[in-house]
Design a binder for this molecule. Structure first.
Ligand code: KG4
Ligand code: ZN
Length: 356
């Protein structure tokens, strides 16, 4: 089957076309129009600005996705069956952003006489792992889902069968990276910048013994707590106090970034491994924008290999970690195959749309 997917939950206008392939999904086109440059000057996403951009970008982005997938939109208008369904992110996300994607998907589904599939954004991130899957993913799986808006440990018991076993009690992991970067004035979004500084220092550490001279120590919040929840707001406060107490902090930005990244990764990895042990996971996966983090990818892979023996480790390709529509297409294909379509009249954006 062939599906068109649309994603507009935050500040990326995205469309993709995908087909089902063996035990996973193959992407035929993947277009992402990012608004990062526009929001940079505000240090975060401005919903009103995001919504206006989505309206301007959505049709050209869909048109390119269809074109790159070799689909002639005139065939669709003429009623030819060149697409089986349209998947769209229903939520969670910014309401005014979600609405552009959902209303566009509804209009196209109506015009082209094809069914709609409502996809949860988090589920989409998780299904990025099924794109170009080299092997069938075994269940139960533990999925570390880490983005700018969510930090959730998900127990995936089967296709479309999710249980949230832990989540953040305050800030999301990506939000923590963004806030730390803002405190140091080093740019937006914070994750890639903090990670770039930290990587510089990691390379130097490998060549020298500099690490022994580090003076900055940040806490690992809730790492040893007997649950699968997280808390990152205390870490943000800790780095703020450390910066305030350090008159020469500007010279030590790479060191602050290094320690901050280590603290976040240590907590995320420790809890994921513990959850995988408790639930006898056959697979450990990661999902969401923060799963682009090189250190997090390396650490988790290493520990799964060292401590979990037969458990498979799967992570999405980098281009499918941050928001995109290919992941929505992937989730959409599996949902469509389970017969989970949504009637045109029942479809609406829902900023609190729950996983499962
Ligand atoms: O999944 P995503 O694109 O959007 C949401 O659904 O929120 O995630 C965006 C988040 C931002 O907070 C960004 O700082 C973070 O992902 N991020 C990273 C990295 N790349 C993006 N965090 C840490 N390291 C990275 N390399
Ligand atoms: Zn996302």
């Amino acid at each position: 089957m062939k599906i068109l997917a649309i994603e507009t939950s935050c500040d990326e206008t995205a469309a993709a076309v995908a087909v089902d392939f063996e035990s996973g999904v193959k992407i035929l086109s993947n277009i992402v129009s990012s608004q990062i440059e526009l929001h940079k000057k505000y240090g975060g996403v401005v919903p009103e600005v995001a919504a206006r951009e989505h309206v301007l970008d959505i049709l050209p982005v869909i048109d390119r996705a269809l074109h790159d997938a070799g689909i002639d939109r005139h065939d669709l208008s003429a009623g030819k069956k060149v697409l089986d369904a349209i998947a769209v992110t229903k939520g969670p996300g910014l309401m005014s952003s979600l609405q552009t994607g959902v209303e566009t998907a509804k209009s196209l589904a109506l015009a082209w006489h094809i069914p709609l599939v409502a996809v949860n954004h988090i589920e989409g991130h998780i299904y990025a792992n099924f794109i170009d899957a080299k092997q069938e993913i075994k269940f139960p799986a533990i999925v570390l889902t880490v983005s700018g808006g969510h930090t959730i440990l998900v127990l995936m018991k089967g296709y479309g069968d999710f249980e949230m076993i832990g989540e953040t009690r305050d800030d999301a992991a990506g939000e923590a990276f963004d806030k730390a970067a803002k405190l140091m004035g080093i740019g937006y979004p914070g994750g890639p910048v903090v990670s770039a500084y930290a990587e510089q220092l990691r390379i130097i550490n490998k060549l020298t013994n500099l690490k022994s001279q580090f003076k900055i120590h940040l806490p690992r919040p809730m790492m040893d707590a007997d649950n699968f929840d997280f808390s990152f707001s205390g870490l943000k406060t800790a780095i703020r106090y450390a910066l305030e107490a350090d008159t020469a902090w500007r010279e030590r930005i790479p060191e602050y970034c290094y320690e901050f990244q280590e603290a976040v990764c240590d907590v995320l990895v420790a809890k994921t491994i513990r959850a995988a042990k408790k639930y006898d996971a056959k697979t450990v996966m990661m999902a969401g924008g923060v799963s682009a983090n090189k250190r997090l990818r390396e650490l988790l892979e290493q520990r799964v290999k060292n401590e979990l023996g037969d458990t498979d480790f799967v992570m999405p390709e980098l281009k499918y970690t941050t928001d995109n529509a290919a992941m929505i297409a992937s989730a959409g294909i599996f949902k469509f195959q389970r017969g989970e379509t949504t009637d045109f009249g029942e479809m609406s954006a829902d900023c609190n749309f729950n996983l499962s």
